[in-house]
Ligand binder design. Structure first.
Ligand code: PEP
Ligand code: MN
Length: 342
């Protein structure tokens, strides 16, 4: 259910409707938009008796939302959500005119490694650095990440290079720490349907980067985002990182058509990760170009100065000079579409 308020409704009127919704035992989610505020209602198992809401001051109408996802839906909010990430080097946005750029190693391995890569990507113009401190690995014998030590290195990267930092939480325990250190909390593909983790991320006070599960449909991705939003965290960035198919020329198949599909159904921004999407260094640049061209709200790539010795995802990590080329080409393609990079 969605309560649409008049464009000139006052804050008190919006608040009064939210209070009425809560008094009925539901949860109210006010979503201010350019033209009007809509209030999403969740927590109901059946139809909601709208009689008492319909007639409240400032209300235009109550609309039943037929889709399974409500808060992520464009029905609730016709304008794009712009997720704003403050960094020491300035704000980076996802969902606005600028394409958000994110780069860094798959995993934080040492302070020196993180600093070398951070310095290079910052020099190329990136303002968001991504590196894993907790790594969900297929094998229990593979490098699992540095844990809190890695988070501390990320905090140093922020201070030293002026970069905002993004890192993955793999369970509720690591999320507590990630929330403390990072600017954006990543939920990885393998955890896209870890519902208790999604709920915990929904209670976090930092934006969430939610990666699509490797066999998740669009509806499943949107429902995972709905879990986060239904707990009150509306700053969700979706991420296409490839899905598993029969191809053997790439690690995954990057589903670029999901970008316009998401943008049609949802107001949330969607970024593309061609590193996991292809698994091959030589395909990251061409697919990054394509991602900007298709209208992605951001690009996330893995960069390593010595990929042959990387502790994870070396084969798909591009070199710093390749990242620099990627930034130049992405900027040119974005300009054709009237967009910029940030
Ligand atoms: C990662 O971002 O390094 C990662 C593990 O990605 P994904 O969850 O998409 O596999
Ligand atoms: Mn990786």
């Amino acid at each position: 259910m969605l309560v649409v308020m008049q464009s000139h409704a006052t804050e008190e009127q919006v608040r009064a409707v939210c209070e009425r919704i809560e008094s009925l035992g539901y949860r109210a989610h006010p979503m201010p938009g350019a033209g009007r505020t809509a209030i999403g209602i969740t927590g109901n198992s059946g139809a909601i008796e709208t009689g008492s809401l319909d007639s409240m001051p400032g209300v235009v109408e109550c609309i039943a939302v037929s889709k399974p996802y409500k808060l992520v839906s464009r029905d609730l909010k016709p304008e794009n959500t712009v997720v704003r990430i403050p960094t020491p080097a300035g704000e980076v946005t996802f969902g606005g005119k600028a394409v958000g750029m994110v780069a860094g190693p798959c995993a934080i391995e040492t302070r020196e490694q993180a600093f070398t890569i951070a310095e290079a990507v910052r020099a190329s113009g990136a303002r968001l650095f991504r590196g894993g401190a907790y790594k969900p690995r297929t094998s229990p014998y593979s490098f699992q990440g540095m844990g809190e030590e890695g988070l501390k290195i990320l905090a140093e990267v922020r201070d030293k290079f002026g970069l905002g930092v993004i890192t993955e939480a793999i369970d509720n325990e690591s999320l507590d720490l990630v929330e403390k250190y990072a600017d954006v909390i990543q939920i990885g593909a393998r955890n896209m349907q870890n519902f208790s983790l999604l709920k915990r991320a929904g209670r976090a006070r930092k934006p969430v980067l939610l990666k699509r599960g490797m066999s998740a449909t669009l509806d499943e991705l949107l429902m995972a985002a709905e879990y986060i939003m239904s707990e009150g965290n509306y700053n969700v960035i979706l991420c296409e990182r490839g899905v598993r198919t029969f191809t053997d020329h790439t690690r995954n198949t990057l589903d670029l058509s999901v970008v316009p599909a998401v943008q049609r159904l949802s107001h949330l921004p969607i970024v593309v990760d061609p590193s996991h999407g292809t698994g091959r260094r030589n395909k990251v640049l061409p697919l990054s170009r394509a991602a900007v061209a298709v209208g992605a709200d951001g690009i996330l790539v893995e960069v390593h100065h010595d990929p042959a010795r990387a502790l994870s995802d070396g084969p798909q990590s591009i070199l710093p000079e390749e990242f620099s080329q990627l930034m130049r080409e992405a900027r040119d393609i974005a300009a054709v579409l009237g967009r910029t990079l940030n």
